[in-house]
Design a protein around this ligand. Structure first.
Ligand SMILES: NC(=O)c1ccc[n+]([C@@H]2O[C@H](COP(=O)([O-])OP(=O)(O)OC[C@H]3O[C@@H](n4cnc5c(N)ncnc54)[C@H](OP(=O)(O)O)[C@@H]3O)[C@@H](O)[C@H]2O)c1
Length: 512
């Protein structure tokens, strides 16, 4: 490892991986970090300050000591040459991890154009070393043992995300041939801190865990089904492995690789040499959430004969289905030093991660009350529940669901929130009242005002706000879950035209 002062330009520092990388880099006294923060830099600094505080670091002190220098900018093209001049190495960990591009979610702009822009700036500034954080799953749907080398041809990728990472790897590899030493680090699925279970984002395997928790909650009030005999087909291979790595271990490996004075370009798998099998993960989830009954199946989603529990589980957790099949192993030099028999993730560390996830309510950030997005400023929830729903529901798919008889509460949290209760009788919405009311709700949906605006205008799928947003279900969770797909259909049929005009009654398709 080099001993001279090193100036690192780090992107993605406010991310799940990035803040661990920053903390790890700062354990080396000869390292100074310039960190790219998205504008407004004051907001990004507050987020970074909180993340680092969890790891025992004080951002203000680090800035005052000159160990960390914030640089405001957004990829691909708002950076200037002076932002990177004098830098020894770029550690590019910023990325968009959405699986599917939709033209506006910035997947390609960030992952491909962002990498291209940064590489060209690094070449202009004559930076000798570029370290790029890719993913082990850039390999797509391959099987077998994968070497630490670049794929010359586009692998059989499963989604736009994997394709974008391969495109970016190609740009980095080409830069390495022309301009300097290019290092590609490919971590597998990042999981909670091995010491504390801490994670600052809940993606990947956490989504499956969250779907399991919802299933378990649905069982709490269910007298008809034994919670240890849930008929759930798990669409995957029991003996294939789930390559998860603890975030702290992955960040340490990547920091060591980055600070190692390499003279040649290289690819590194930052992967688990002894990962759990899907059968093990299933066992850990079942034990933690006290449910059982699932069995592995070769079938694929959608199941033509899906039962009620499968509908529930896959409506919420199917984003990860692709990763439940492939039986991959990875060559990994950095994992070779692990003492034999020491597993990076075992039942106890997995349970710690679950405990942390539940304690932080799956990393949900509290609503910042004074900071509503501009598009949210005029939606009136009272208008939505008291006027719009009674007008639109009779014309909608909901009215055709004869089995729908329920008393439902919606609670909107935040500065313009409130609670409303509706009675549905065989699909018909017969009454809606603001709380307090004599109607006794059987279950409740609770979500933030911001998420209400997103879902009613169809900018976010309803399922997303249960996973990534603020939405929660209370009371008879199983019945609440059953109603989610119906509400999803209703929202598609009767979107309101953005948040802004809702109170004035302007919306798309609200006539029968
Ligand atoms: N999470 C995993 O399991 C996993 C596994 C393998 C590889 N990886 C790779 O690891 C990297 C980090 O992933 P993560 O899970 O830490 O993601 P994350 O939590 O979503 O963080 C993404 C980071 O990138 C920044 N960013 C996004 N778009 C940007 C843009 N256009 N300009 C500047 N900064 C931008 C974000 O800034 P804001 O905070 O301002 O949004 C944030 O700091 C990614 O490259 C990902 O592909 C992740």
């Amino acid at each position: 490892m080099t001993r001279g002062p090193i100036e690192v330009f780090l992107t993605g520092a406010t991310g799940f991986l990035g803040h661990y990388l920053l903390a790890e880099l700062l354990t080396h006294p000869h390292v100074r970090c310039r960190v790219l923060l998205r504008p407004p830099v004051s907001d990004s600094s507050v987020r970074l300050e909180r993340l680092l505080a969890d790891l025992g670091l004080n951002l203000s002190e680090l800035i005052a000591d000159g160990r960390v220098v914030p640089v405001e900018g957004v990829l691909p093209d708002s950076l200037k040459r002076s932002d990177v001049s004098g830098v020894d190495l770029v550690l590019h960990a910023a990325g968009n991890t959405t699986f599917h591009a939709n033209g506006s979610n910035g997947l390609e702009t960030t992952n491909i154009e962002g990498t291209r822009g940064l590489l060209s700036l690094a070449a202009e500034a004559k930076i000798r070393r570029f370290v790029f954080v890719s993913t082990a799953y850039v390999c797509g749907e391959q099987a077998g043992h994968l070497p630490e080398s670049f794929f010359d041809r586009l692998p059989p990728v499963r989604n736009d995300y994997e394709r974008s990472k391969w495109e970016a790897e190609r740009l980095v590899r080409d830069w390495g041939e022309r301009s300097g030493v290019a290092t590609i680090c490919r971590p597998s699925i990042l999981f909670g801190d091995s010491r504390t279970g801490r994670a600052s984002a809940m993606k990947g395997l956490y989504l499956v865990a969250k779907a399991t928790e919802i299933l378990a909650r649905a069982m709490d009030d269910n007298r008809d089904t034994d919670r240890h005999e849930i008929a759930l087909r798990i669409l995957g291979c029991r003996d294939a492995t789930c390559n998860v790595v603890p975030i702290d271990w992955a960040a340490r490996q990547m920091t060591d690789i980055a600070l190692n004075p390499a003279t040649e370009s290289s690819v590194h798998h930052v992967t688990n040499p002894d990962p759990p099998t899907h059968q093990e993960v299933k066992g850990w989830l079942e034990e933690y959430f006290d449910i059982a009954g699932g069995r592995f199946s070769d079938e694929t989603w959608p199941l033509t004969d899906a039962n009620h529990y499968e509908e529930l589980f896959y409506a919420l957790g199917n984003v990860c289905l692709d990763y439940f099949r492939n039986g991959l192993t990875f060559e990994s030099r950095c994992a070779a030093d692990l003492p034999p028999g020491r597993r990076l993730i075992d039942g106890a560390s997995f349970a710690r991660c679950m405990k942390y996830a539940q304690a932080t309510n799956w990393c949900r950030t509290p609503l910042v009350e004074h900071d509503l997005p501009p598009q949210a400023s005029r939606l009136d929830p009272a208008w939505y529940f008291e006027s719009f729903l009674p007008e639109a529901v009779p014309c909608s798919v909901v009215a055709k669901v004869e089995a729908l008889t329920a008393v439902v509460q919606y609670t909107i949290t935040g500065p313009v929130g409130g609670s409303w209760v509706s009675r549905f009788d065989r699909g018909l919405l017969t009454e809606t009242h603001a709380m307090p009311t004599a109607l006794k709700p059987e279950f409740e949906y609770r979500l933030s005002y911001e998420d209400l605006v997103e879902v009613v205008s169809c900018r976010k799928p309803l399922q997303d706000v249960f996973f990534h947003g603020s939405a929660e279900m209370f009371g008879d969770v199983e019945r609440a879950l059953k109603m989610v797909p119906i509400i999803g259909e209703f929202l598609k049929e009767f979107p309101v035209a953005g948040g802004g005009d809702c109170a004035a009654g302007s919306r798309a398709g609200a006539t029968c």
